[in-house]
Design a binder for this molecule. Structure first.
Ligand code: ADP
Ligand code: MG
Length: 383
């Protein structure tokens, strides 16, 4: 039993004085490439982390829910009336109530349950601990209640929990990765059709590794900036007369048709980023893993210069990793802090990470945290 699974089981026993009926896990994710493309109906290519959120659960005889999390060491209770009112349960338990709400709204008879949560997905670092929590809870409740919820429909339900119950307008990527990822693969997701394709991404057999650096940069205005980027994209699509920026076919013509320089840069990011995802997928299908490096770096430049969602800590991690020999590096996640990933030779991993840490020390930035990310499995029962 992994540490985090054992902690969820032990937490269940101490919070509820009983044994769980089962244990369910769902991973955090990093996005290899395709940033701010999901809500533009475009393409993304995330993969699941080995870091997981585990839920230990057992049914209750009536429709009410008791949730404990190691993170806050408190138990929150809510009933069906509270679950049926979006926003009624706030704070971290809102993500759990949101899943109950989304399932009930879709007509499922969600079983009452006691749930204990433990996680080694860092919260708020852009590795999608929120989707990991939603996905683990959703998988647990679906199994406990024997609910007929096809796996293909689960990401949208988890997304609705976050969008409509918690009130965070995230796209479909995070929940898709947490639920549908497969070990050793990246998940190529068409955010319009929700079609997926598992793309082999076996970095280790190519002698490579993906270094993930959690910059620990404080999130600055992330919510408001996300909303404003989203709005700019929607306005641009409306001006261009297309349903979404994914539909822009001639970038130069589109740029010429837009009245505003900032809007032109936002559009250029989204349109070129979609193409970089497609190009990355082509290279990975051909087993040319190392060659995706320049696409990662170009993605970063586009986020920095055109979409303007990076911060100095993030830019420094990217430039330092590249100077230390990375094949490519980029910020991953919504921006304004969060994580950077770098594609490196496996035996250069420590040296690149050390170079980034040294660069941070020199600038008196908070010391970064880093790990090597291998593509892990999606949500599943683990005990
Ligand atoms: P990210 O998804 O990038 O980690 P978010 O702000 O979207 O950041 O989600 C983080 C929030 O999700 C936390 O503040 C907390 O409310 C909730 N959360 C995530 N994991 C847990 C957990 N294991 N226990 C309790 N709450 C959690
Ligand atoms: Mg999140």
């Amino acid at each position: 039993m992994s540490d985090v699974t054992a902690r969820a089981a032990a937490g269940f026993s101490s919070a509820f004085g009983a044994e769980p009926a089962g244990l369910w896990a769902a991973p955090g994710r990093v996005n290899l490439i395709g940033e701010h493309t999901d809500y533009n109906d475009g393409f993304v290519l995330p993969f699941a982390l080995p870091h997981r959120t585990v839920v230990a659960a057992a049914p209750l005889p009536s429709p009410r829910w008791r949730v404990w999390s190691e993170q806050s060491d408190e138990t929150i209770e809510f009933d069906a009336a509270q679950a049926d009112q979006p926003g009624k349960i706030d704070g971290w338990a809102g993500y759990v109530a949101g899943v109950v709400w989304a399932l009930r709204s879709a007509g499922h008879d969600v079983p009452g349950a006691s749930l204990a949560v433990a996680s080694d997905v860092p919260a708020g670092a852009g590795l999608s601990s929120s989707a990991a929590l939603e996905s683990a809870v959703l998988t647990a409740l679906a199994d406990l209640g024997g609910l007929a919820v096809p796996v293909a429909e689960r990401p949208e339900l988890a997304q609705r929990a976050e969008n409509d119950y918690v009130g965070m307008p995230c796209g479909i990527m995070d929940q898709s990765a947490s639920i549908r990822a497969e070990a050793g693969h990246a998940l190529f997701l068409d955010c319009r059709t929700l079609e997926i394709e598992q793309i082999p991404f076996d970095v280790a057999s190519s002698g490579l590794a993906v270094l993930v650096v959690d910059t620990r940069a404080p999130h600055r205005h992330a919510g408001g900036e996300y909303a404003s980027r989203r709005r700019a994209c929607e306005e641009a699509a409306a001006l261009l007369g297309v349903p979404a920026l994914r539909d822009v076919e001639d970038l130069d013509a589109a740029l010429a048709a837009l009245p505003d320089e900032v809007m032109r840069r936002r559009v250029r990011h989204v349109v070129t980023e979609d193409q970089r995802v497609l190009d990355t997928v082509e290279l990975l299908r051909a087993g040319r893993v190392r060659e995706i490096g320049p696409l990662l770096t170009a993605s970063h430049a586009s986020m920095r210069d055109d979409f303007e969602i990076t911060v100095p800590e993030v830019d420094l991690a990217v430039s330092t990793a590249l100077a230390a020999g990375a094949y490519g590096a980029r910020m991953t996640g919504g921006g304004f802090g969060g994580c950077v990933l770098a594609l490196v030779d496996a035996d250069a991993l420590d040296a690149v990470a050390a170079a980034v840490a040294a660069g941070y020390a020199e600038r008196a930035f908070t010391a970064p945290v880093w790990f090597a990310a291998r593509p892990g499995a999606g949500a599943e029962r683990v005990g």
